[in-house]
Design a protein around this ligand. Structure first.
Ligand SMILES: Nc1nc2c(ncn2[C@@H]2O[C@H](COP(=O)(O)OP(=O)(O)O)[C@@H](O)[C@H]2O)c(=O)[nH]1
Ligand SMILES: Nc1ncnc2c1ncn2[C@@H]1O[C@H](COP(=O)(O)OP(=O)(O)O)[C@@H](O)[C@H]1O
Length: 211
């Protein structure tokens, strides 16, 4: 291994690749896009598994999509300083633990965080320095249709998510908040835009894994 490459690897091991934040309204397509990335670049990306107090959906596995916990458990861990950020969304708590991000970084992978706008604002106060991406739909009507078709929400939960989405759609346009806003209309086009902004980081990680 060349000296230059050795230095590069040492630097990568110290700081790791830049994480990626995927934000945007519930139903915009964040999970769909991140699953595509994980499928195509399994050893390059790692998902930051958040904690949540919401009930698991059919097919969701504890420790994979989320760590499903009680409010008491989660509050205890927050009080113990184990979280980077946490927020209340649609009547439930969600949060990113330090351990979730460290587990991905320890594998020298690009850590993907799927978090809401409150999470984005709180991550901005940390030294994580991720690439910030917002995933949006062309309209609130399209979003509502996708959420209804997904069949995961009760009418009450759906309305709460649509209200949060209206706020998200408005506030996400704040200049400088996101590095990229993807309008997820055509899924393949949205995925191409996502891959394009991440191309440099993907290449860096692939190179470092070759050596
Ligand atoms: N702040 C924060 N938000 C999170 C976290 N995990 C998930 N979320 C957000 O919580 C919202 C609801 O997530 P979820 O219940 O899985 O519904 P879905 O996004 O419609 O699949 C989404 O906007 C997620 O991005 C987290 O650790 N922190
Ligand atoms: N471009 C798209 N066109 C049509 N349906 C989509 C598109 N992207 C995602 N979906 C569908 O919309 C629903 C919401 O997507 P999902 O990835 O669960 O959103 P999020 O993780 O942001 O809540 C899912 O049923 C998904 O299959």
């Amino acid at each position: 291994m060349s000296w230059r490459r050795l230095c590069g690897v040492a630097a990568a091991a110290m700081t790791g690749p830049r994480p990626v934040v995927l934000s945007g309204p519930s139903g915009a397509g964040k999970s769909t896009l991140l699953k595509m990335l994980l499928k195509d670049y399994g050893n390059v990306f790692g998902f930051s598994v958040s904690h949540t107090t919401r009930q698991p959906r059919v097919g969701e596995v504890n420790g994979k999509e989320y760590h499903f916990v009680t409010r008491e458990q989660m509050q205890k861990e927050i009080d113990a300083g184990e979280f980077i950020e946490h927020a209340e969304f649609s009547g439930n708590m969600y949060g990113t633990s330090k351990a979730a991000v460290q587990a991905v970084q320890a594998r020298n992978q690009i850590c993907i965080l799927d978090i809401d706008l409150q999470g984005v604002k709180n991550i901005k106060k940390t030294d994580l320095k991720p690439i910030y991406i917002s995933v949006q739909t062309p309209s609130i009507e399209v979003l509502e249709k996708r959420l209804r078709d997904r069949q995961t929400e009760s009418e009450e939960s759906l309305q709460k998510r649509l209200n949060a989405a209206r706020v998200d759609m408005e506030l996400s346009n704040e200049p400088g908040l996101f590095d990229l806003i993807i309008i997820n209309n055509d899924l393949q086009k949205a995925y191409s835009e996502l891959k394009e902004i991440l191309a440099e980081e993907i290449q860096k990680v692939q190179e470092s894994k070759k050596s």
